[in-house]
Structure formats: structure tokens, C-alpha cells
Design a protein around this ligand. Structure first.
Ligand code: ADP
Ligand code: 5GP
Length: 192
């Protein structure tokens, strides 16, 4: 069976990666998102095993030692990682896999998996990114300032990605992303 594609959606915190991916999946329901492992405390409304696998620091470090992650990163003071076996298994089953991850993690995946398709979401402006982070209300003032500072650094490396999409209006950004996925599916099909 032909291996499924691996799509990496990355970009600064608060740009709208999860929002855009959720809409993308409504249009392309057969996409499979990996469930990451994190040491971050669970937020209201999140479900363990669906949104993330929530673990303690010790368990996460053990998973690193056992080489269980395709990539992992410390993002804004918490650890996040993608289990390697899940990605390998899903792709081997022919599923198209999506990872919604931070910029450091995306860089690690690209170094290990050369056929990964990489998409970077940018906000229309710094002020709009600040508004979105504030509106989501999941960070206190200090954590938000740290995320905004990191965002400026991250946006500078966006040219290394296969595609950069401005997430100005969700529907428009999703149109662009869906077209990229469809084009890639077609290209891979044509290669047979
Ligand atoms: P990320 O996954 O990149 O951290 P989220 O998907 O959680 O970001 O989005 C951060 C906040 O911005 C959310 O409150 C979301 O509703 C909002 N948002 C996302 N995309 C847009 C957009 N295009 N226009 C306005 N608000 C948006
Ligand atoms: P949040 O805590 O807001 O859910 O996520 C914080 C950041 O970590 C987001 O940019 C999110 O995309 C990223 N992230 C989530 N899972 C992973 C992962 O498995 N690996 C990496 N490197 N980043 C992740």
C-alpha cells in the first residue's frame, strides 16, 4: 500500500493552527491528526487522550530516553512531543497524517522525514496575533508576552517552509490549505 502523506502545520502560538486544522478536517475528514503528549496542565474542556495525552515530567523524560518521539520540544515552559509509532503506523496504513506543532518541532521533523509537506501560518499582523492570544484567554500577561516575543523570532524562519499562508480569515486560509493538500495528493498519485 502507498504510504500516506505527512502534513506539518506550524506557526506561532495563537496564530490559529488548531482553528484552521479543525475547519480543514471538516472539508477533508479522512485526514488523521496525531495526538501529542504534553506536560502542560489540562485546560477546561480538554479531554485526556483526545486533545493531548497529559503526563508528568518524569514520564515525558522516560519517553525521551526510550526514543519514543518523532520530535519533541519545550514550548513556553512545557514539553510537547509526537509519538513516532503513531505517525509510522498511520502512514503505513495509507492515511494522510497531520501534525499541528510548534516551529522547533517542525524543524526536527523535516530533518528526519524528507517528504514531509510543511505549511507555516502567519498572522495578518503582530497586533492581531496579540488580540487572538488575549481573546483565547489561556495565558496570563507574562506568558502572553513571552509567546509574542517568540512569535517574532519564529516568523523570521517561515521562508524555509514549503508554503506560507496568512491566516487572515479562517475560511480563506482553509481554502488555500485544502488546495495545497489536494494538489499534493494528486501529485503523489501521478507519481505511481
Ligand atoms: P494556535 O493553535 O495557533 O495556538 P488557535 O487555533 O488556538 O491558535 O487560535 C487562537 C485564537 O485565535 C482562538 O481564540 C481562535 O478562535 C482565534 N482565531 C484563529 N484564527 C482566526 C482568524 N482567522 N481570525 C480571527 N480569530 C482567529
Ligand atoms: P497549547 O499549549 O496552546 O495547546 O500548544 C502550545 C504550542 O505547542 C502550539 O504551538 C502547539 O501547536 C504546539 N504543540 C502541540 N503539540 C506539539 C507537539 O507534539 N510537538 C511540538 N513540537 N509542538 C506541539
Amino acid at each position: 500500500m502507498k504510504q500516506g502523506l505527512l502534513l506539518i502545520i506550524s506557526g506561532p502560538s495563537g496564530v490559529g493552527k488548531d482553528t484552521v486544522f479543525k475547519e480543514l478536517r471538516k472539508r477533508l475528514p479522512d485526514l488523521r491528526k496525531t495526538v501529542s503528549v504534553t506536560t502542560r496542565p489540562i485546560r477546561a474542556g480538554e479531554i485526556d487522550g483526545r486533545d493531548y495525552i497529559f503526563v508528568g515530567q518524569e514520564r515525558f523524560e522516560l519517553m525521551i530516553a526510550e526514543n519514543r518521539f518523532l520530535e519533541w520540544a519545550c514550548v513556553h515552559g512545557n514539553y510537547y512531543g509526537t509519538p513516532a509509532d503513531e505517525v509510522t503506523r498511520l502512514r503505513a496504513e495509507g492515511c494522510d497524517v497531520v501534525m499541528v506543532i510548534d516551529v522547533q518541532g517542525a524543524e526536527k521533523v523535516v530533518n528526519r522525514i524528507c517528504d514531509a509537506l510543511t505549511v507555516f501560518l502567519v498572522p495578518p499582523s503582530h497586533a492581531e496575533l496579540a488580540r487572538r492570544l488575549e481573546g483565547r484567554g489561556t495565558e496570563d500577561g507574562q506568558a502572553m508576552a513571552r509567546r509574542l516575543e517568540e512569535a517574532d523570532r519564529e516568523i523570521r524562519v517561515s521562508s524555509a517552509y514549503d508554503y506560507v499562508i496568512v491566516n487572515d480569515v479562517v475560511d480563506r486560509a482553509v481554502d488555500e490549505l485544502a488546495e495545497i493538500v489536494q494538489k499534493e495528493r494528486q501529485r503523489r498519485g501521478d507519481d505511481d
